[in-house]
Design a protein around this ligand. Structure first.
Ligand SMILES: *Cc1c(COP(=O)(O)O)cnc(C)c1O
Ligand code: SF4
Length: 340
């Protein structure tokens, strides 16, 4: 049996591209790596047909062996519950189609626009609000960035561009560099923000070229990571965060509140503390976007507010993420937490 953490010595250290290519995509292999019952496989295949399983081996290595309820496993294992359709759970839960200004360019909020740079992610998160996004129609490849870049250049109210996807760090360092140079040539663009989960599931992505790109400082870069559970923050990830921070990059984190993963004040408090140790400050705790197939992750608003209150009662303010929801048409993310 092959275990998830196999890293054959004779092959030397893996590049992130190799690790990406070796990600687990077969439910059988994932179940075998974790010593799980084959009983899970029927659901995994049925739900995986709609949105396939994909998880890097290094992330699997952080899961508990033999535990079908592991909070990291729950984020990536397709399950039959995804196929139970529910009227409130839809393909475009946050109204992205209405916010498109150019292929792949979304604007909802004043001063900042979001660029879908690639359809690719190193991991497939079962609750992803873009799991049904029509990437093929919306750019995600270089020739089509030109229209989005022209749109940004024509609007001097846009001072921040958010690189999103998919995962923008699926792009090569060379492509990140050329995109940044194109953005830096637009005088009113002052900051770039990168929303990424890739360093979390694939810390080797934080390679010399990426650090060099950040150090080049063509424009200030803010990196918003996506960590949902403290078990995701192993030594390798903490080390990768340290290297990112050493470039002067500001590191923030956003999480999604997920039933059976992190809907527990103690878990959320541990996550915030661990993020701080890694040099990352909590930014947002998002209520689940009601995307088709994710209803089993929902936490109702009342419980979400109670959790936010318990978290605020445990931690200094700067370690308490803002509990927010994306509401189509609203001028900003909407605070859910009342006082918190
Ligand atoms: C979430 C989001 C942003 C970022 O919002 P902030 O509150 O600035 O973090 C920007 N654009 C779009 C389309 C978004 O969905
Ligand atoms: S990494 Fe982000 S964009 Fe990719 S599947 Fe996960 S939540 Fe969605």
């Amino acid at each position: 049996m092959i275990t998830a953490s196999v890293n054959p010595r004779h092959l030397g250290p893996r590049t992130w591209q190799q690790e990406l290519a070796e990600a687990i995509t077969s439910p059988e292999e994932l179940a075998a790596a974790l010593g799980l019952s084959p009983g899970l496989l029927a659901g995994a295949h049925a739900a995986g047909d709609r949105f396939p399983l994909r998880v890097p081996r290094g992330f699997v290595a952080r899961m508990r062996h033999g535990d079908p309820n592991d909070p990291l496993l729950r984020q990536v294992l397709p399950v039959a519950e995804e196929l139970r359709d529910s009227a409130d759970y839809v393909d475009d839960p946050v109204g992205e189609h209405g916010a498109l200004r150019a292929p792949g360019l979304l604007q909802k909020y004043r001063g900042r626009a979001l660029l879908i740079t690639t359809p690719t992610c190193a991991v497939h998160c079962r609750y992803c609000f873009r799991r049904e996004f029509p990437y093929a129609e919306q750019g995600g490849d270089a020739p089509r960035w030109s229209e989005a870049l022209a749109e940004i250049a024509a609007d001097d109210s846009l001072e921040e561009v958010i690189l999103s996807g998919g995962d923008p760090l699926s792009l090569s360092n060379a492509r990140l560099g050329s995109l940044t140079r194109a953005l830096a040539a637009i005088p009113h663009v002052r900051r770039i923000r990168v929303h990424t989960r890739q360093p979390v599931v694939l810390p080797s992505r934080v390679d010399a070229g990426l650090l060099q790109w950040l150090r080049a400082g063509v424009l200030p870069v803010i990196v918003v990571l996506h960590v949902n559970h403290p078990n995701e923050l192993d030594e390798q990830l903490v080390d990768a965060c340290g290297r990112l921070r050493a470039t002067g990059t500001i590191l923030l984190n956003q999480s999604v509140l997920l039933a059976g993963v992190n809907d527990d004040a103690e878990v959320l408090a541990r996550l915030s503390r661990r993020l701080f140790e890694a040099g990352v400050l909590p930014y947002y705790l998002h209520a689940l976007d009601p995307v088709r197939g994710a209803a089993h992750f929902a936490v109702d608003d009342e419980r979400a507010r109670a959790l936010a209150g318990q978290l605020a009662a445990r931690l200094p303010g700067y370690l308490v993420p803002r509990l927010v929801r994306e509401v189509p048409g609203a001028p900003a993310k909407v605070a859910l937490g009342g006082r918190f």
